[in-house]
Design a protein around this ligand. Structure first.
Ligand code: INI
Length: 156
């Protein structure tokens, strides 16, 4: 747009340190999200030495680990990865809701981008579809958002 300043992230400017916080629960799905995230980061030029993987028991524990990492100020972005599947638990709403709220709170309170790569789905089939099969890979999407924000924050 002419005469308008537009600030936005670019994908040729994504160098930075990335922490990937990964839930073990539903690992058959979450490992596919992790693979998608790493592949996306590396194909955009982020070197593997700039990646740190942190494993936690489940999506419930993602926020506390993300908060500790953000407070250390050693990472330019944090990518949280997990899968909460309704069929798997009666307390789906609690786990999914608190994970989402907690992750948002870390981003908002620290100013460090925290990507939400957590599937919240009704069935295992839906989870599989979103972890590298017919509906894309939520981990790869989260990695793209993290890189875009790392680039954007260099310019604001
Ligand atoms: N954790 C998940 O990441 N996904 C789930 O679907 C899930 N279910 O179904 O219960 C889940 N529960 C574990 C939870 O995240 C905590 O690890 C646990 O409650 C201990 O604090």
């Amino acid at each position: 747009m002419k005469d308008v300043t537009v600030l936005e992230g670019r994908f040729d400017d994504v160098d930075g340190r990335y922490a990937l916080v990964v839930a073990r629960f539903n690992s058959f799905v979450v490992e596919a999200l992790l693979e998608g995230a790493i592949d996306t980061l590396v194909r955009h030029g982020v070197s593997r030495e700039k990646l740190t993987i942190i494993r936690v028991p489940g999506a419930w524990e993602l926020p506390v680990a993300a908060k500790r990492l953000a407070d250390k100020n050693e990472f330019d972005a944090i990518i949280t990865l997990g899968a909460v599947i309704r069929g798997g638990t009666a307390h789906f709403e609690y786990v999914a809701g608190e994970a989402a709220k907690g992750i948002a709170a870390v981003q908002n309170s620290t100013g460090i981008p925290v990507a939400f790569g957590v599937l919240t789905v009704d069935t295992i089939e839906h989870a599989i579809e979103r972890s590298g099969t017919k509906a894309g890979n939520k981990g790869a999407e989260a990695a793209l958002s993290a890189m875009e924000m790392v680039s954007l924050l260099k310019h604001i």
